[in-house]
Design a protein around this ligand. Sequence first.
Ligand code: AQP
Length: 345
Amino acid sequence: MVLSSAQTELGDKTIRKRVFSGVQPSGSLHIGNYLGAIGRFALFQEGYDCFYSVVDLHAITVPQDPVELRKRTVATAALFVAAGLDPAKACIFVQSDNPSHSELAWVLQCVATFGELGRMTQFKDKARGKKSVTAGLFTYPVLMAADILLYDTDVVPVGEDQKQHVELTRDLAERFNKRFGVTFKVPEPLIPTQGGRIMSLTNPSRKMSKSDEDPDSRIEVLDPPEEIARKFKKAVTDSGREVVYDPEKKPAISNLMTIYSLFSGKSLEEVRDAYEGKGYGVFKSDLAEIVAEKLRPVREKYSQLMSSGEIEDILKKGAERAYEISSAKMREVKEKVGLCSRLRL
Ligand code: AQP
């Protein structure tokens, strides 16, 4: 029998490989989150057994407004569906609805070392310049490892910035397996060759981020077309006026070309040839139109989902399925490490 890359054979049973990925409701999702993660989620739902989570516990590692957090959690889940996920094919749930995540995170914190967590570059970036940071921000990658390992995940589609965290997840799985016997699958990150790291529009040496203080640094998935046009018009460019891809010498225009290429389906060479001699102005105005048009169905589906209220039902069913699977894994973990389970939760 020929198996697709989305399947593995177990005895005489063929099972679908598992996919897990999460997104923090720490702000409005931007086109970096779209190209690096949520826009790719639906690609897996036909062949893989998919789990996609709004990881709200991660969002409280930095100061948050409780009312905003609740709203953004639902809005993020609605964007998953608006970007193409079908709740009948993929399990969509909120992390804090499933207690297994925090429970396994604690066990894994007792496997992870202080030294390896101190080497996480995202922690260093987020802690830089702050007078005080939470212990939760420091142990965030362990919670992410728990998210992934609970579901026997094979593949983790993420942007480039999460690669180090998935590598830590692999290390923790291997260490746990060695110490207590094989319990966890060792997952693989899946980072897009193009679009894995979309840069800020105002500072192309930094990645586009939800939490960047300058809202003009990012195009949000729900931005109306006028706002998209305004932000691209204002986006910094490099010296000269040639639209050429050269990330070293022309980081700003190369970033815009990557966005153009991914949203239009044209190669970087095609984009360069189309704008030869035309200058940055025409290029930016066309780019805005292409991005706004591509995101139009996502905006429309999002509005419909938010007004119908159906997302709550999707999240409830998702939480039930996620807990069914993760609680079995948690029972196994507890037994392996010598914790007693007197209640069958
Ligand atoms: N700039 C980016 N380019 C490509 N992919 C990106 N991702 C994030 N930024 C970019 C990917 O989006 C997914 C969700 O990210 P997250 O919510 O877990 O948090 P993050 O990686 O820390 O993203 P942000 O936008 O920078 O959020 P804040 O500012 O809250 O930290 C991940 O797969 C990520 O790789």
